[in-house]
Design a protein around this ligand. Structure first.
Ligand SMILES: [Zn+2]
Length: 94
């Protein structure tokens, strides 16, 4: 069995472990439902990508799950309708 000739110093050990850490994932928000998702991917919650419905998420669910999800989506739509639409002057400020 190979045996190390010298003990690794704290400095050497810590330098080696300098790059061992978890990276924060890059996340974007779905423009339709506002859930976090990986950029350039289909939203797994609402099935939308680039403003179009790609996958019918509700079709694959059971009746109970579907009712719950539809309720959630309706509430979300109400919230977005409550917010006043920005006129072009406010948009140009952003
Ligand atoms: Zn979504």
């Amino acid at each position: 069995m190979a045996v190390p000739k010298k003990r690794t110093t704290k400095s050497k050990r810590d330098k080696r472990r300098l790059h061992i850490f978890l990276k924060k994932p890059v996340l974007a928000r779905c423009p339709k439902c506002g859930k976090l998702l990986l950029p350039h991917t289909l939203c797994s919650y609402c099935g939308y990508y680039k403003g179009r419905e790609i996958v019918n998420i509700l079709g694959k669910m059971t009746k109970k799950e579907r009712k719950k999800r539809e309720k959630e989506m309706k509430e979300k739509d109400k919230e977005t309708q409550k917010k006043k639409p920005l006129d072009w002057k406010q948009l140009s400020k952003r």
